[in-house]
Design a protein around this ligand. Structure first.
Ligand SMILES: C[C@H](O)[C@H](O)[C@H]1CNC2=NC(N)=NC(=O)C2=N1
Length: 103
Protein backbone atom coordinates (compact mmCIF):
# COMPACT_ATOMS: atom_id res chain seq x y z
CA UNK A 1 0.00 0.00 0.00
CA UNK A 2 1.65 3.21 -1.12
CA UNK A 3 1.56 6.19 1.18
CA UNK A 4 -0.24 8.06 -1.57
CA UNK A 5 -3.01 5.46 -1.44
CA UNK A 6 -3.86 6.55 2.12
CA UNK A 7 -3.08 10.21 1.51
CA UNK A 8 -5.42 12.00 3.93
CA UNK A 9 -8.15 14.10 2.33
CA UNK A 10 -10.22 16.90 3.80
CA UNK A 11 -13.99 16.49 3.67
CA UNK A 12 -14.14 19.35 1.18
CA UNK A 13 -11.60 17.73 -1.12
CA UNK A 14 -13.35 14.34 -0.94
CA UNK A 15 -16.73 15.94 -1.63
CA UNK A 16 -15.28 17.74 -4.64
CA UNK A 17 -13.55 14.64 -6.07
CA UNK A 18 -16.22 11.99 -5.46
CA UNK A 19 -18.92 11.63 -8.15
CA UNK A 20 -22.67 11.68 -7.54
CA UNK A 21 -24.38 10.21 -5.58
CA UNK A 22 -21.44 10.14 -3.16
CA UNK A 23 -21.37 12.85 -0.50
CA UNK A 24 -19.47 13.42 2.73
CA UNK A 25 -21.42 12.88 5.97
CA UNK A 26 -19.70 12.96 9.38
CA UNK A 27 -16.25 12.57 7.81
CA UNK A 28 -17.13 9.56 5.61
CA UNK A 29 -18.15 9.13 1.97
CA UNK A 30 -21.69 7.74 1.75
CA UNK A 31 -23.97 6.70 -1.11
CA UNK A 32 -27.28 4.87 -1.45
CA UNK A 33 -28.12 3.11 -4.70
CA UNK A 34 -31.58 1.89 -5.69
CA UNK A 35 -31.22 -1.63 -7.06
CA UNK A 36 -34.97 -2.43 -7.07
CA UNK A 37 -34.55 -6.07 -6.10
CA UNK A 38 -32.27 -8.01 -3.78
CA UNK A 39 -31.09 -10.12 -6.71
CA UNK A 40 -29.81 -7.03 -8.52
CA UNK A 41 -28.46 -5.82 -5.21
CA UNK A 42 -26.43 -9.00 -4.86
CA UNK A 43 -25.09 -8.61 -8.41
CA UNK A 44 -24.12 -5.01 -7.57
CA UNK A 45 -22.59 -5.94 -4.21
CA UNK A 46 -20.65 -8.81 -5.80
CA UNK A 47 -19.03 -6.43 -8.29
CA UNK A 48 -18.32 -3.95 -5.47
CA UNK A 49 -16.57 -6.64 -3.42
CA UNK A 50 -14.44 -7.59 -6.43
CA UNK A 51 -13.37 -3.94 -6.82
CA UNK A 52 -12.74 -3.68 -3.07
CA UNK A 53 -10.58 -6.79 -3.08
CA UNK A 54 -8.62 -5.52 -6.08
CA UNK A 55 -8.03 -2.22 -4.25
CA UNK A 56 -7.56 -3.85 -0.83
CA UNK A 57 -9.92 -1.15 0.40
CA UNK A 58 -13.41 -2.01 1.59
CA UNK A 59 -16.70 -0.18 2.13
CA UNK A 60 -19.30 -0.87 4.77
CA UNK A 61 -22.29 -2.25 2.85
CA UNK A 62 -25.94 -2.02 3.96
CA UNK A 63 -27.63 -4.54 1.67
CA UNK A 64 -31.46 -4.39 1.54
CA UNK A 65 -34.31 -5.63 -0.65
CA UNK A 66 -34.30 -2.58 -2.94
CA UNK A 67 -31.25 -0.52 -2.00
CA UNK A 68 -27.52 -0.90 -1.37
CA UNK A 69 -26.04 1.79 0.87
CA UNK A 70 -22.30 2.26 1.26
CA UNK A 71 -19.96 4.03 3.67
CA UNK A 72 -16.30 4.63 2.88
CA UNK A 73 -13.61 5.82 5.24
CA UNK A 74 -9.99 4.76 5.75
CA UNK A 75 -9.82 2.85 9.03
CA UNK A 76 -6.00 2.76 8.99
CA UNK A 77 -5.79 6.54 9.41
CA UNK A 78 -9.20 7.18 10.95
CA UNK A 79 -10.29 9.63 8.29
CA UNK A 80 -10.95 10.04 4.57
CA UNK A 81 -8.14 9.33 2.14
CA UNK A 82 -7.53 9.16 -1.60
CA UNK A 83 -8.33 5.43 -1.43
CA UNK A 84 -11.91 6.24 -0.44
CA UNK A 85 -12.41 8.56 -3.41
CA UNK A 86 -10.77 6.05 -5.73
CA UNK A 87 -13.12 3.25 -4.65
CA UNK A 88 -16.14 5.58 -4.75
CA UNK A 89 -15.29 6.36 -8.38
CA UNK A 90 -14.96 2.64 -9.15
CA UNK A 91 -18.34 1.89 -7.51
CA UNK A 92 -19.99 4.71 -9.45
CA UNK A 93 -18.62 3.16 -12.65
CA UNK A 94 -20.01 -0.26 -11.65
CA UNK A 95 -23.40 1.34 -11.03
CA UNK A 96 -23.30 2.95 -14.47
CA UNK A 97 -22.31 -0.33 -16.09
CA UNK A 98 -25.15 -2.18 -14.33
CA UNK A 99 -27.67 0.64 -14.87
CA UNK A 100 -28.12 1.04 -11.11
CA UNK A 101 -29.51 4.45 -10.17
CA UNK A 102 -29.78 6.38 -6.97
CA UNK A 103 -32.76 8.75 -7.25
C1 LIG B 1 -4.18 -5.08 6.00
C2 LIG B 1 -5.10 -4.43 4.99
O1 LIG B 1 -4.35 -3.76 4.00
C3 LIG B 1 -5.94 -3.38 5.68
O2 LIG B 1 -6.65 -3.93 6.77
C4 LIG B 1 -6.93 -2.68 4.72
C5 LIG B 1 -8.11 -3.53 4.30
N1 LIG B 1 -9.25 -2.72 3.84
C6 LIG B 1 -9.44 -1.47 4.32
N2 LIG B 1 -10.56 -0.79 4.05
C7 LIG B 1 -10.78 0.43 4.59
N3 LIG B 1 -11.95 1.09 4.31
N4 LIG B 1 -9.87 1.02 5.38
C8 LIG B 1 -8.70 0.46 5.70
O3 LIG B 1 -7.88 1.04 6.43
C9 LIG B 1 -8.42 -0.85 5.14
N5 LIG B 1 -7.28 -1.48 5.39
Amino acid sequence: MTEDHYRPLTAAAAAEQAPAPWRVVDGALVARYRTGTMVRGLEFATAIVAAAEAANHHPDIDFRYSTVALVLTTHAIGQLSAADVSLAVAIAQIADAQDVGWH
